[in-house]
Design a protein around this ligand. Structure first.
Ligand code: GDG
Length: 746
C-alpha cells in the first residue's frame, strides 16, 4: 500500500530514558495532531531527530530507542552533538530563523554551519530514501530541512514531494542578502508542491525564485526545465475540538480538582470581580514581541491611570533555545522590564504583571485561556501564531477579545478581531481601552464568526487540503503528454537516423544550440557546438539547416566562415550551402520609424531591457529586467503597438522574454516547408524551444520528428529538457553506436 513519509526536524514523540528503559509519549502539538490520520493510516512513517544525540546512546540503547520509536511508526535520524550544533542551533536558529523573521541584524553567516546544515539534510535524505517504496509520497516540514526536497528528487525523480514552511518567507530584499540564497531556493524547488501559511509568504517566495533563479512563472506555477512546481498557501489550523472540549471540561471541573493556578485565578476573581485579565503566551523568542508588549502595557497604564488595579497582565513565556545568546539577552530584558513595571505600579493587593517563565501542563494552559478576558498577542513576526486560534476556540460562552499583531500569519484569517501594529504603543493602548469597554454582545458576535471558521478549517482539514493538492500534482504532470526523448523512444529515433538515406535537420539556435544569456550578443556558439555541427554538416546524407529569428549580421559573424544552411529572421533571409545571402521574402523596414521610438521609450523606462534591430524586424528583449515590471511593460507595449500594426501588415510575436514585431506571415514554418519541397527525405527532424518554432512543428510533414526543448506547452511529439540534452542528442546522431551514447540512452 502506498504510504506518506512525513519528515520534520523533531519526531512527534517525547522519549524518556530511565535506567536504560526507553519510554515514549506521543506529543500533542498541532502538527502531530494534523498528521495523525495520515501517519496512522496506510502505514505512514515519520522521520526525524529523536531528541537524543549519538554520544548519549550506547549500541543497546540505540536499538531500544529505534524499537520504541518503531512502535509509534517513527524512524530516528541520528545526530552527533557537533551536527546538532551546526545544523540546528547554528544554521537553522542563528541564520535562517532571524533572517526569515526580518531580524537581519541577528543573522550569523558561518560557512561551517552551512556545510553542516547541508550534510545533515543529506543525512535525512539517506534515511528517507531507505524507506521509500514505489508509489510513496513525502511531506517535508519546515526551515530546518530546506534542502531535503532537492536531495530526494535528485535520487528519486518519480517520487512526489511536498514541502510546508511553518515560518514566514521574507521579502526578496531580505532573502537576497543570504550568502546561500540560490542553493536554498534550489533545495526547496525539489518539491512538487510548496505550501506557506499565507499568500504574502507565497508571493515573496515566487518573487525570489523569479529574480534569483530566473525561472518563468505561470501564476503560482514555477516552470523548471523538466517539470513544474506549484506554490500555494494553506493556513494551518488547530485541533479545534480538542481545545473546545478541554475548555468545557476545565470549566465544569469540581473544585477539589482545581489546579494551584486555577485556585489562584479563582481567588483573584472573587476578591476583585471587576479586574480584567489580559493574557500573553509565547515561547520566549525575540520574534514574539514580548518587550514591546510590556512597554505598550506600561504606556496603557500611564495613559489611562483609571485602569490601574483594574487590569492584570498574565504573561507566560516558555523557555526556548536558551543556549543562543540572543535568547539569553531577551530573557534579561524581559525580567528587567517586568521588574521595573511591577516596581513602579504595584500597590497593596495589586501587581500589574504575573509573569511565568516556564512551560505549563496543557490543563493549565486551558485554565488561562478560560480565565482571561483579553488575549494580547503582539509578535513582531510570526508565521501563523496558533495561540491566537486556541484562545478563540476555548471561549465557550463567546466572551473575550483577541488583540493580535498584524505581523502574524493568523491575522490574515482573523480579520474580525482587533489587529494592531505591535510597534504602535498608542494604538495598542487605545485598543486595550476600547476592548475593555466593549459590551459582551459585541464580543460574542465576533467570536461566533471566528469560531465558525476555525472549526471548519481545522488542522486536519489543513493536512487533507495539502495532501489533496499534492496528489493533484501527479495528475497535473500528465497534462504534459509530450514524451521525453529517452530510452526506447530515443533508440527508435537513432535507428531511423542510421537507416535513413537522405535526412533534413532543422535546428533552432537560442535556447536550443545555445543557452540564454542576458545580452543576446553573448550567446556565441561554443567549440563543442561547432564540432557537432561540422560533423553533421559534412555527412553527405544530411541537409543541416540552422533556423533562427536572429539577425543576418550576427549569424554572418558567427557562422559566415562555415558552409552551413542558414535561415535567419524567421525566414526573411537565407544563406544556402555554397551560396551567399539571399532575400527569401520581399520585405520592408520602412515601418521601423514609427515603432522604434515606442520601443525606445519602453527601454528607457525598463532598466535591463534592450532593443535588437534586425533587417526586417525589431525585437524588445527584457531578460535582464525586473520580472514584475517587465510583465506590466509587455502588456502596455503590446497594447500600444497593436494600434499601429494593422496599417503595416505587421504582427507581434511573444517569445521567451522577448517581444518581436515583424512582417506578418513570415515564419519558420513557411521557410522550413520550402526545403521539403525540393527533395525526397526519409528522415526529417526539427528541434526548437520557442513558440516561433511551433510554426515549424506545425507546417512540416506529419512524419517529421519534432522535438521541443524545455517544459513549455508544445505541439512537438517529443521533448528534451535543456540545451545540454540537445547537445547530447546531436552527439548521439554523430556516433549512434558509441559506448557513451549507449550509456546516455539507458
Ligand atoms: C511555529 C511558528 C506557527 C505554548 N506554551 C505552552 C504550550 N504552548 C503551545 C501553544 C501552541 C504552541 O505551543 C505554540 O505555537 P505558535 O504557533 O504560537 O508558535 P511556534 O512554536 O513559534 O511555532 C508559528 C507554528 O510553527 C505552526 O506552523 O504558527 O508561527 O513560529 O500550540 O498551545 N503548550 C503547553 N504548555 C505551555 O506552556 N502545553
Amino acid at each position: 500500500m502506498n504510504k506518506t513519509i512525513i519528515v520534520s526536524n523533531r519526531l512527534p514523540v517525547q522519549l524518556q530514558i530511565d535506567k536504560n528503559v526507553v519510554k515514549a509519549t506521543p506529543s500533542v502539538g498541532g502538527l502531530a495532531t494534523g498528521m495523525k490520520s495520515v501517519h496512522r493510516d496506510s502505514n505512514g512513517i515519520w522521520i526525524g531527530w529523536s531528541g537524543l544525540i549519538e554520544e548519549e546512546l550506547t549500541a543497546n540503547l540505540e536499538n531500544a530507542v529505534k524499537n520504541k520509536l518503531k512502535e509509534h511508526q517513527c524512524v530516528p535520524v541520528g545526530l552527533t552533538e557537533k551536527e546538532l550544533e551546526g545544523y540546528y542551533f547554528g544554521f537553522s536558529n542563528k541564520t535562517l530563523w532571524p533572517q526569515f523573521h526580518y531580524f537581519m541584524q541577528y543573522a550569523e553567516f558561518v560557512n561551517e554551519d552551512w556545510e553542516t546544515y547541508k550534510r545533515v539534510n543529506e543525512k535525512f535524505a539517506i534515511e528517507v530514501l531507505k524507506h521509500l517504496k514505489e508509489g510513496d509520497q513525502v511531506w517535508v516540514h519546515d526551515y530546518q530541512l530546506l534542502l531535503l526536497p532537492e536531495f530526494i528528487k535528485k535520487e528519486r525523480p518519480d517520487v512526489r514531494v511536498g514541502f510546508f514552511l511553518h515560518i514566514p518567507f521574507p521579502s526578496y530584499e531580505v532573502f537576497r542578502t543570504l550568502p546561500w540564497r540560490k542553493e536554498l531556493l534550489q533545495g526547496m524547488l525539489g518539491a512538487d508542491l510548496l505550501g506557506f501559511h499565507t499568500y504574502e509568504y507565497e508571493r515573496h517566495f515566487l518573487s525570489s525564485v523569479q529574480r534569483l533563479l530566473g525561472h518563468n512563472l505561470e501564476f503560482n506555477k514555477i516552470l523548471l526545465d523538466d517539470r513544474e512546481v506549484v506554490v500555494d498557501s494553506f493556513p494551518m489550523g488547530i485541533d479545534y475540538e480538542r481545545f473546545a472540549k478541554a475548555a468545557n471540561k476545565q470549566i465544569n471541573l469540581p473544585v477539589d480538582q482545581y489546579s494551584e493556578l486555577r485556585l489562584k485565578l479563582e481567588q483573584h476573581i472573587k476578591e476583585s470581580p471587576d479586574t480584567k485579565f489580559i493574557l500573553s503566551i509565547d515561547r520566549l523568542d525575540y520574534t514574539k514581541g514580548i518587550p514591546n508588549r510590556l512597554q505598550a502595557f506600561e504606556y496603557f497604564l500611564e495613559k489611562y491611570p483609571e485602569y490601574q488595579t483594574k487590569v492584570r497582565l498574565i504573561m507566560l513565556a516558555v523557555p526556548s533555545r536558551s543556549n543562543v545568546p540572543q535568547y539569553q539577552k531577551l530573557k534579561n530584558e524581559v525580567d528587567q522590564l517586568v521588574g521595573s513595571i511591577n516596581g513602579k505600579y504595584s500597590s497593596v493587593g495589586w501587581t500589574p504583571i504575573w509573569y511565568f517563565y516556564r512551560s505549563m501542563p496543557f490543563e493549565n494552559l486551558i485554565d488561562l485561556y478560560n480565565a482571561c478576558d483579553i488575549a494580547l498577542l503582539t509578535p513582531l513576526r510570526d508565521g501563523m501564531n496558533l495561540v491566537a486560534k486556541e484562545y478563540v476556540a476555548c471561549r465557550e460562552d463567546l466572551s473575550g477579545t483577541l488583540i493580535l499583531s498584524e505581523m502574524t500569519g493568523a491575522s490574515q484569517e482573523l480579520g474580525e478581531t482587533f489587529l494592531i501594529n505591535p510597534n504602535n504603543y498608542e494604538e495598542v493602548a487605545n485598543t486595550l481601552k476600547q476592548v475593555l469597554e466593549m459590551p459582551l454582545e459585541e464580543q460574542q458576535v465576533i467570536n461566533k464568526a471566528l469560531q465558525k471558521r476555525l472549526k471548519r478549517y481545522n488542522v486536519e482539514r489543513w493536512a487533507k487540503d495539502f495532501l489533496q493538492a499534492l496528489s493533484e500534482r501527479s495528475e497535473d504532470e500528465s497534462v504534459i503528454t509530450t514524451k521525453r526523448l529517452q530510452g526506447e523512444l530515443l533508440d527508435s529515433v537513432l535507428k531511423k537516423y542510421v537507416q535513413a538515406k537522405k535526412r533534413l535537420l532543422f535546428l533552432d539556435y537560442d535556447g536550443t544550440l545555445a543557452a540564454f544569456t542576458k545580452i543576446p550578443k553573448n550567446a556565441k556558439p561554443t567549440t563543442n557546438v561547432f564540432q557537432l555541427l561540422d560533423i553533421l554538416n559534412s555527412d553527405d546524407k544530411n541537409e543541416l539547416v540552422i533556423i533562427t529569428g536572429r539577425d543576418r549580421e550576427t549569424f554572418e559573424e558567427w557562422f559566415g566562415h562555415k558552409d552551413y544552411n542558414l535561415v535567419v529572421e524567421h525566414g526573411a533571409w537565407a544563406k544556402l550551402k555554397g551560396k551567399g545571402w539571399e532575400v527569401e521574402e520581399v520585405l520592408t523596414n520602412e515601418w521601423f520609424e514609427s515603432i522604434f521610438p515606442i520601443l525606445e521609450s519602453f527601454t528607457d523606462r525598463t532598466p535591463g531591457s534592450l532593443i535588437e534591430e534586425k533587417d526586417y524586424s525589431l525585437a524588445w528583449h527584457y531578460r535582464g529586467a525586473d520580472p514584475d515590471l517587465a510583465k506590466q511593460r509587455v502588456r502596455a507595449l503590446i497594447s500600444t503597438i497593436s494600434q499601429l500594426i494593422a496599417n503595416h501588415n505587421l504582427e507581434i510575436l511573444e517569445g521567451d522574454k522577448v517581444v518581436e514585431i515583424k512582417i506578418s506571415g513570415v515564419n519558420k514554418g513557411r521557410s522550413a516547408s520550402k526545403f521539403v519541397m525540393n527533395e525526397n527525405y526519409d528522415f526529417i527532424f526539427a528541434m526548437g524551444d520557442d513558440w516561433t518554432d511551433e510554426f515549424m512543428f506545425r507546417d512540416l510533414p506529419e512524419e517529421t520528428i519534432t522535438v521541443k526543448v524545455g517544459p513549455k506547452k508544445t505541439i512537438a511529439k517529443h521533448r528534451v529538457d535543456n540545451t545540454e540534452h540537445v547537445l547530447e542528442l546531436l552527439k548521439a546522431f554523430t556516433m549512434p553506436e558509441s559506448e557513451e551514447v549507449l550509456r546516455v540512452r539507458k
